[in-house]
Design a protein around this ligand. Sequence first.
Ligand code: FE2
Ligand code: FE2
Length: 172
Amino acid sequence: MVKQKIQDEVNDQIQAEFHSAYIYLGFSAWFESKNLDGFAHWMKMQWEEEIEHGMKFYNHLLRRGANVKLKTLEAPDVSLNSPKEAFERALEHEQYISRRIHKLYSLAQEEEDYPLQTLLHWFIDEQVEEEEVTGNILERLKMIEGDNSALLDLDRELGQRQDEGNEENGNE
Ligand SMILES: [Fe+2]
Ligand SMILES: [Fe+2]
């Protein structure tokens, strides 16, 4: 039995993860329109990852006999002025998601929901990685500002991002 309060918060988190996906897909389209296909590819992989995150929470609720309640997705603001701005906003967004995950973890502790705590351990680690990776790319973009050939090098590099693979072999 999953407490109603927990179900509500997890359903909000599903929405937040799918909204994250939507933002990254929007950014991907922006990069593609600027002919920065490597960045576009990186953003699209990020979109896929966020869908997987949403599905982890979705499956968690269903496996425990709780209700999944899908919510409206707001259109993402993808009016960008530069690649740097995309990563500034991605980092801010990931920091916001980390705060949400931490709050959810506190709630799971208060409500003594141990299965959710276990699931959230994975997300807490994942957010450290998300912030690290996004922050590193942002730092590089700051360093190469105005240097188009360095930007194209980075574009090529990001275009090589591989699917990290789902450790759980599909949907878990
Ligand atoms: Fe996520
Ligand atoms: Fe993320």
